[in-house]
Write a protein that binds this ligand. Sequence first.
Ligand SMILES: [Zn+2]
Length: 457
Amino acid sequence: MKTNMKRRHFLQGATSVGALALGASTGLIPARARAQASTQTLITNVRVFDGKSDAPSEATSVLIEGNKIKSIAPNLEAPADATRIDGGGRVLMPGLTDMHTHLVWNVGPAELLGAHADYLAALALQDAEATLMRGYTSIRDTGGGIQGVIRAIDEGRFPGPRIQSANAAITMTAGHGDFRNRNVPVRAFGGPTETELQRMGFVFHADGVPEMLSASRDNMRQGANFLKIFVGGAVSGIYDPLDIAEYSPEEIAAATGEAERWNTYVAVHSYTDRSTRIALEQGAKSIEHGNLMSEATLELLVEKGAWLSTQTALFMSELPDGFSDAQKDRQKQAAEGLDQMMTLAKQYGAKIALGSDMVGSLETKAEQLKEFTWRTQWFSNLEILKQTTSQNGELWAMSGPRNPYGDTPIGVIEPEAYADLLIMEGNPLEDTSVLTQPETNLNVIMKDGKIYKNTLA
Ligand SMILES: [Zn+2]
């Protein structure tokens, strides 16, 4: 099984991406990949969905200079040495984005605690490449120590999407991120002050305001772009049933205050009405999940201008091997709230982001694409596509000066935006499922002005 997967992975790169893909397989990026950033690419005869408009444009052309889009207009011209792609009348759209991922979590929960950190990093790099080849050009990592992986990708050493990261998610004792054995002595009374997961950068254990401030600041020291706190019970936790509210309002306020002083924000893991409400009242700006919130709390979310960072595949896909019956039962509870939340969020015009939260294996990660079909029970194709492009792009920008990619927009096709784009078979505005078959349907994948796949050459 694994051998087959690797083989397919290699062949995909070798056949469809040409010379550039070899960087993916060998870890070396040929000189051309870097040189290309300073040249122009002219894409002709494409119908552009810009991430915002209701329909694709008439056939037009898009000129890319370096890593940004320079202009969009019919009959553009480019110098003789520019790379040229004839889109053949196909749809061009912004690269997909996913606002809830855990790049480093590619093994089952039991294995995670004992795995070598460098093995996890190696899998994270494999996941990063696979994510990019599924068409995702930017992702937000909502918990996990992957600063080294991000650096290697940003340096162009390995293929992968742009990544903003929360670094280690902050958990209270017995909270979502506490995976210690029950017999481990209390931290505050002579027990070990850190755990395997903390050493590996997955979580920070913090109880009380001083520890919350310390964990928040240390995340910023490690390069976090925003903070992530667990404020309620979880599907995959060990000690936290869904109904509990994790952290006191004072502890949450300590983190939101610190994030604000760094000109960024706090994202919270939360399902229940109570935990979501407390987090909103204390200034959390991105509610991850939110499935069990009431209508009144959804109104509060809209009033506060906070984001609802939603996932569907997480609740509808089967949890991989290694998850317990209790965890599977909690997944079912969360799934039951999803319908009401999505319906209300749409009705109230909440700011909805699209994420997937797939973890556990590289195969499970591929299920992130199901977001494009599962969501059709609540949203139009256009609404789903806006979520994964321009709307996610707005949430992406909320980290302000802590956004490592600056204030250049993502998720839109417009002059001065990053040249992150896809050309595909079929029209996703008519049928979002075209996005779920990237190997056959994605003709061109461009990130940062660089071509990672081009079957139109
Ligand atoms: Zn998550």
